[in-house]
Design a protein. Sequence first.
Length: 171
Amino acid sequence: MSKARVLVVYYSRSGVTAHAAKALANRLGADLEDIVERSDRSGPLGFVRSIIDVLRERPARINAAKHDPSSYELVVIATPVWAHRVATPMRTWLTAYRARLPKVAFLCTFGGSGAEQALGQLADISGRSALARCQIDARDVRDGAQVRLLEIFAARLERKLAHVDALEWEC
Ligand SMILES: Cc1cc2nc3c(=O)[nH]c(=O)nc-3n(C[C@H](O)[C@H](O)[C@H](O)COP(=O)(O)O)c2cc1C
C-alpha cells in the first residue's frame, strides 16, 4: 500500500498537464491519478467536441479512479484550461469525488488566457479553497521554464503540510 501523503490527479488531452503533473508528483513523492476518458478527443473534431462539452457542462465518460482521494492528506488537482473553464473530464472527476477530498491545491496549464477563471471554478466545483494554486503557460512547459514555477509550488505545499503537522502536534 502506498505511504504517500499527496495524490496528484490530472487530466491531459495533449500531454502538457501530464508533463507538469508527473514532474510535481516526482518532486513531492506523490502518487499519480491519470483521469482516463472512454472516448477520443484527438484531432480537430475532438477539439470542437471539447469546446461544446465544456460550454454545455456535459459530463465526460471517465474510468473509475484507481486511488481513493480520502486516503491522502492533500490532493493536487491539475487540469488544462478549456474556454476559460475547467476541462470537462476534470469537472466530471471533481463532481464524482468531491465528497472524498481532503485538503486541496490547484494547478492549471493554459495557452493564453482564462487561468484565473478556471482556478476559481476548481474552487467552486470542489467546494474547497486551495492551500496553494499554480498556473503554467503551456509554452513554459514546452521550453522547460516551468521547472522553477513547479519548484516554488512544491516548496509552498511542503511548507503548508509542515504547518498542518505542527498544528496537529500542538493539539
Ligand atoms: C478545447 C480546448 C479549449 C482551450 N481553451 C483555452 C482557453 O480558453 N484559454 C487558454 O489559455 N488555453 C486554452 N486551451 C489551451 C490549453 O489550455 C493548453 O494548451 C493546455 O496546456 C493543454 O493541456 P494538455 O496538453 O494537458 O491537454 C484550450 C485547449 C483546448 C483543447
